[in-house]
Design a protein around this ligand. Structure first.
Ligand SMILES: Cc1cc2nc3c(=O)[nH]c(=O)nc-3n(C[C@H](O)[C@H](O)[C@H](O)COP(=O)(O)OP(=O)(O)OC[C@H]3O[C@@H](n4cnc5c(N)ncnc54)[C@H](O)[C@@H]3O)c2cc1C
Ligand code: FES
Length: 331
C-alpha cells in the first residue's frame, strides 16, 4: 500500500495494480476523468515525486508529455509514495454512481446517422446527475458504452441520449438495427467530471462536433435555470458538422439566451453560414480571453487542436474543459 499526496493537501492510499483514479474514488477523493481507458487525457496529472507504473497504454499522452513526467491517473498505479499535481475538484459534490435497470421509452432518427434514445428508470430508482456528465449503457451481451446525458429536467425519470452510428460498431448495430421501445437495458452512472464551473459574469463558449452537442444541450438548459446572481455575461455555442443535415437539433430553440453559430467544414455554395472548424471560428470572434471559459465536446481531434490554438491565443489552460467522445470499449 502506498500513499498519494495531492498538491492541495488531500491524500489517499493505493494498492498494487489499482489505478490512481480508482483508488482516489474509493477514498472519496474526486479527480478529473472521462474515458477511463487512457485515451482522452482528461485525467492527466504531473508526478512531482515518487515512481508510478502503467497498467495500460497511455495513448492520450505524447512522448514529450511522458518524458516531462505527465501520467494518466486512470491507467497508472503507484510503485512508491508519490506527490501529484492535478486539477482540484475538491469543492464539487458529485452524485454517487450506481448500476440500475432502465427501459427504452422512445427512439427517433434525428439524422441518417444519429438516433435519439429516451431511457426510462424505475419510478423508485434514486438517480441524480450534473449536466455534462455521462452514463455507461450496458446492452445486449454485456456490451458497455458511454453516452452523455442531453437533458436537464429529469422529473419524469427519463434520460435523453444522442447516439451517432459508428461504422461496424458493436453497440451502433444494436441501436440502429435492433433496438426497440421497451427493451430492457442497464446503466451505470452518472460518470465524468465535465460540468459547468464558475458561471457568474463569465463569457461561456461551447465548442461541439457531432453528438458532442448532447451535453451542451443539458448545460444550456441548466444555465437557463441559474439564479440571476450566477448568470454568465454571455453564452456562445459553436457547433461543427460536415453537411447541413449534421445539425440535427435546433440549438436556437434550447432554453436560455445564447448566440448559436453552426459551422460547416465541407460547405457548398448554398451555405451562407460560417465555414471551417469551430475552434478557428471562435478565434475570429476575438473573445476577451481573461473572461472566457471554453467547454469543448465531441471529437478528440477538435478538442486537441482547440486547446492548443486557444491557449496560444491567450486562453488560460485552467479555463478549457473538455469531454472527448473517444472509443469507449474497454482496454
Ligand atoms: C465519455 C464519453 C462520452 C460519450 N458520449 C457519446 C454520446 O453522447 N454520443 C455518441 O454518439 N457517442 C458517445 N461516445 C462514444 C461511444 O461511447 C462509443 O464509443 C461509440 O458510439 C462507438 O461504440 P460502438 O460500440 O458502436 O463501436 P465499437 O464497436 O466500440 O467500435 C467500432 C470501431 O469504431 C472505432 N470507434 C469507436 N468509437 C469511436 C469514436 N467515438 N470515434 C471514432 N471511432 C470510433 C473503434 O476503434 C472500432 O474500430 C462517448 C464516449 C465517451 C468516452
Ligand atoms: S485518459 Fe484517463 S480518463 Fe480519459
Amino acid at each position: 500500500m502506498t500513499i498519494v499526496k495531492l498538491a492541495d493537501g488531500r491524500q489517499f492510499q493505493v494498492e498494487r495494480n489499482i489505478s490512481l483514479l480508482d483508488a482516489a474514488t474509493t477514498s472519496g477523493v474526486r479527480l478529473p476523468y472521462s474515458c477511463r481507458t487512457g485515451r482522452c487525457s482528461t485525467c492527466k496529472a504531473k508526478v512531482l515525486s515518487g515512481s508510478t507504473t502503467p497498467l495500460f497504454e497511455e495513448t492520450g499522452l505524447t512522448s514529450e508529455e511522458l518524458e516531462e513526467g505527465w501520467i494518466l491517473t486512470c491507467v497508472r498505479s503507484a510503485q512508491s509514495d508519490i506527490e501529484l499535481e492535478v486539477d482540484d475538484l475538491g469543492g464539487i459534490s458529485f452524485p454517487v454512481s450506481k448500476t440500475i435497470p432502465c427501459r427504452i421509452s422512445f427512439l427517433e432518427r434525428l439524422a441518417d446517422d444519429v438516433v435519439k434514445v429516451l431511457l426510462r428508470l424505475p419510478p423508485a430508482a434514486s438517480f441524480e446527475f450534473i449536466p455534462g456528465q455521462y452514463i455507461d449503457v450496458i446492452g445486449p451481451g454485456g456490451i458497455r458504452r458511454s453516452y452523455s446525458l442531453a437533458n436537464f429536467n429529469f422529473s419524469d425519470k427519463t434520460l435523453e441520449l444522442h447516439i451517432r452510428e459508428v461504422d461496424r460498431g458493436e453497440m451502433s448495430q444494436y441501436w440502429f438495427d435492433r433496438a426497440k421501445v421497451n427493451d430492457l437495458l442497464r446503466l451505470n452512472g452518472p460518470l465524468g467530471t465535465f460540468l459547468l464551473r464558475e458561471t457568474k459574469s463569465i463569457d461561456i463558449y461551447f465548442l461541439a462536433t457531432g453528438t458532442g452537442i448532447a451535453p451542451v444541450k443539458s448545460m444550456l438548459e441548466s444555465i437557463a435555470h441559474l439564479p440571476v446572481e450566477k448568470k454568465p455575461r454571455s453564452v456562445t455555442v459553436l457547433w461543427g458538422g460536415r453537411q447541413p443535415s449534421d445539425f440535427y437539433l435546433d440549438v436556437s430553440n434550447i432554453a436560455g439566451e445564447h448566440n448559436y453559430i453552426p459551422v460547416l467544414s465541407r460547405a457548398n455554395d448554398d451555405w451562407a453560414g460560417k465555414t471551417g472548424y469551430v475552434q478557428h471560428v471562435m478565434l475570429d470572434l476575438a473573445p476577451n480571453w481573461s473572461n472566457a471559459v471554453v467547454y469543448a465536446c465531441g471529437s478528440d481531434a477538435m478538442i486537441h487542436n482547440a486547446k492548443k490554438i486557444l491557449m496560444e491565443a491567450g486562453l488560460p489552460a485552467k479555463r478549457f474543459y473538455s469531454d472527448a467522445f473517444v472509443c469507449s470499449a474497454s482496454n
